[in-house]
Design a binder for this molecule. Structure first.
Ligand SMILES: [Zn+2]
Length: 185
């Protein structure tokens, strides 16, 4: 069964087919320009439109156009209308997280600029790195200090780290790891 927003929710348009071509049919949320608002925006190339091919829906974080593809007689499963902020428990950054970051060349000032925190996952201390999208934390990535494992928030958005920094006309450097990205900043 297709997962889509309820038909009664006026905020979401129900279409029988995509009204525009999603640039990517990959998993999770993909980003592109919005066919409704991008042309009239100052930031014409900003990828403000999120498309989710597996879930057959889209949301623009600029003009807030939201919709999904569903058939008239299709059973629609009700979904929450608003994405809840990720409510993971994180604590202020600890000296051990700062020490771990310093060993990777990341200063306390940079850690604070990226609002890196501390947390405990499976009984182990972790650095907690927030992923922002449109000013909101949409995911946390966790790195165990005495190991190599990374993990992330359950149900977090898959979006590029530091997405909010994207500006048209700037050079975009894509790095393999979150900490490389922080180092370059
Ligand atoms: Zn838009």
């Amino acid at each position: 069964m297709l997962v889509a927003y309820g038909k009664t929710d006026k905020e979401y348009e129900i279409h029988d087919e995509w009204p525009f071509e999603p640039k990517s049919r990959g998993s999770g949320w993909q980003h592109q320009t919005c066919p409704k608002c991008s042309a009239s925006r100052k930031k014409k190339t900003q990828p403000c439109m999120g498309t989710n091919w597996p879930e057959q829906r889209w949301e623009c974080n600029h003009c807030h156009w939201k919709g999904c593809v569903a058939e008239e007689d299709q059973e629609i499963k009700q979904m929450p209308t608003k994405r809840e902020p990720i409510a993971d428990q994180v604590q202020p950054i600890t000296p051990s997280v700062l020490k771990w970051l310093a060993s990777r060349g990341i200063s306390e000032a940079t850690a604070n600029a990226f609002q890196i925190k501390s947390t405990t996952r499976a009984g182990k201390e972790c650095a907690a790195i927030p992923y922002y999208h449109s000013g909101k934390v949409v995911n946390w990535k966790y790195r165990i200090l005495d190991g190599k494992q990374w993990s992330a928030s359950k149900g977090g958005w898959l979006c590029a780290f530091n997405f909010d920094m994207l500006e048209p006309g700037q050079i975009l450097v894509i790095t393999a790891h979150t900490d490389s990205k922080i180092l370059l900043t």
